[in-house]
Design a protein around this ligand. Structure first.
Ligand SMILES: C[S@@+](CC[C@H](N)C(=O)[O-])C[C@H]1O[C@@H](n2cnc3c(N)ncnc32)[C@H](O)[C@@H]1O
Length: 265
């Protein structure tokens, strides 16, 4: 087995360890993995290092492809100078009333041929959803004529103290920790791409105007039905924080990684 397959297999095994046990999942009335669209509205005032790496090469009037676009937080600050955003997302709700110019509902890389090619391809906070990472990365590389910019949290996004506490409290279940950014980097490298890596921190983004919406999300996340809302609320309120009118899971800075590379053909 090649080293690339080793890294890819380690990645998919680590992601598989996040599967919720069947006996718990059977009790869920709502999708525990569904993310509230409100979390992804672009409220970020500053340009991130990912935006800056993209802006270095986005040509005026060009197209940017945003893979796993959500509400286009990765690509909106690139237009202008870009003229057109092509947003690809597997969740139809994320693309409803999208600020993008073109929307493609579907999973990358399966829908990559519908997106065409663009100078810059951005992909933020998606790879921890992707078990089969090698073809996903290859399709990002193939779609870009100049640069690919990937942003992720340094640790798995569900590896949050509050979620760990809730799983332990309600189900006596310890959740995994990995994979992390170095594992993603290993897969990219062993796919034959040597990306630049930038590690950085930022404020927590997104948040909920109503505490109740955050409580409901956490309740769904740990597979409990509506009758358990008050119990979840009692735990959640000990850990969340309100800042600038938004309720957040944490006020700790987010630790992030940006991978970027120029494609060579
Ligand atoms: C955590 S959100 C990030 C959204 C946005 N990029 C941002 O940074 O705010 C991840 C998004 O990727 C989408 N997604 C996950 N796997 C995908 C795939 N294989 N192809 C396309 N979209 C995917 C999800 O539906 C979700 O909207």
């Amino acid at each position: 087995m090649s080293r690339a397959l080793d890294a890819a297999a380690r990645w998919s095994d680590a992601l598989a360890s996040w599967a919720i046990p069947d006996w718990i999942l059977a009790q869920a009335q709502e999708d525990p993995w569904a993310l509230p669209v409100a979390l992804f509205e672009n409220r970020q005032a500053d340009l991130t290092p990912s935006h800056q790496r993209a802006l270095e090469v986005v040509a005026a009037g060009s197209t940017v492809i945003d893979v796993g676009a959500g509400r286009c937080a990765m690509s909106l600050p690139l237009r202008p100078p870009a003229e057109r955003i092509v947003a690809v997302d597997s969740a139809p709700a994320m693309l409803e009333n999208s600020p993008a110019d073109v929307t493609i509902v579907g999973r990358w890389p399966e829908v990559a041929n519908r997106a065409g090619r663009a100078g810059v391809v951005v992909c933020g906070h998606v790879v921890y959803n992707v078990a089969d990472l090698v073809p996903f990365i290859a399709a990002l590389n193939q779609a870009a004529t100049h640069r690919v910019v990937i942003e992720i949290t340094r640790s798995h996004p569900r590896n949050r103290p509050l979620e760990q506490i809730l799983w332990r409290h309600f189900w006596n279940l310890d959740r995994p920790n990995g994979p992390g950014w170095q594992d993603a980097l290993a897969v990219i490298r062993e796919s034959g791409i040597e990306p630049n890596v930038e590690l950085w921190e930022s404020e927590q983004r997104g948040g909920f105007p109503n505490l109740e919406d955050l409580v409901s999300w956490m309740r769904r996340t740990v597979c409990l039905d509506r009758t358990r809302e008050a119990e979840v609320r009692a735990v959640v309120t000990q850990h969340v924080a309100e800042r600038d009118g938004l309720w957040r899971l944490s006020t700790e800075p987010r630790a992030l990684a940006t991978f970027w590379w120029d494609v060579s053909r």
